[in-house]
Ligand binder design. Structure first.
Ligand code: BEZ
Length: 241
């Protein structure tokens, strides 16, 4: 049967979008109850869904998320997982991962971040994680990057068959925080240390000055394409604040 994007009481859920406030919900997790996103005020959050417990791609992802949790925490980012499985399935799966599974040299891995039980699919539907063309009964691999004010800043969806790229998830977090810290934008494939994009000038005078090389440190190829250097050390220093 096709899943409609409605709550159990029939309320229709639109897909959340970048710039929206993260929809709030209360849930039971493997680390106790949470009140989302209120419990995470002042922190970045990656809220992510996986299709099902006891499946191989999800297992490789959980081992990787848990192994890199400290790197996310160093970026002031908390991880919160979700699937439409129940709490006891989550607990049994995470225990099995720790006791039996190793992946790319990562073993004995304990998952310490909360994993939400969502057997009613209420949260998954609210966040557009159930995508019927892919599956009616499982969440796709969604990633919502939510900022310290509770706003959705990036959304990435992957299909059931594809594990996420963790370098990209960290790159997204760093790029968002760098854009906020320095009021710049980041070009294609940007990594800390690469040149950044200076926002288009708000007035003709500023644009003219820039084009004539009169704005210190700013280089323009044309009025709409201006860059400047942003050393990696400055980027990394600002991330710590
Ligand atoms: C997996 O995690 O391996 C998986 C889950 C659902 C469908 C396909 C693969």
């Amino acid at each position: 049967m096709e899943q409609k994007n409605t709550s159990t009481s029939g309320e229709y859920f639109a897909m959340p979008r970048i710039g929206d406030d993260a929809p709030s919900f209360k849930a039971i997790t493997t680390q106790g109850d949470i009140n989302f996103p209120q419990d995470y005020k002042g922190k970045w959050v990656i809220l992510f869904s996986h299709p099902a417990d006891f499946t191989p791609v999800c297992t490789s992802e959980f081992i990787t998320f848990a192994s890199q949790e400290d790197e996310f925490k160093a970026l002031n980012c908390q991880l919160v997982g979700l699937s439409v499985d129940g709490l006891y399935s989550h607990i049994a799966w995470l225990r099995t991962i720790k006791e039996k599974i190793d992946y790319k040299g990562m073993k004995n891995v304990e998952v310490n971040f909360p994993l939400i039980e969502d057997i009613t699919m209420e949260v998954a539907k609210r966040y557009g994680m159930i995508q019927p063309g892919e599956s009616n009964t499982k969440a796709v691999r969604a990633v919502f990057v939510i900022d310290p004010k509770g706003k959705i800043r990036t959304i990435i969806y992957y299909p059931l068959s594809m594990g996420r790229n963790f370098d990209e998830l960290k790159r997204v977090l760093i790029a968002l925080q760098t854009a906020d810290n320095f009021s710049i934008a980041t070009p294609a494939d940007w990594r800390p240390g690469d040149d950044v994009i200076v926002p288009t000038a708000g007035s003709c005078g500023t644009a003219k000055n820039r084009m004539e090389g009169k704005e210190a440190g700013v280089t323009c190829k044309d009025w709409f394409f201006c860059t400047k250097k942003l050393p990696k050390e400055k980027v990394m220093e600002a991330l710590k604040k």
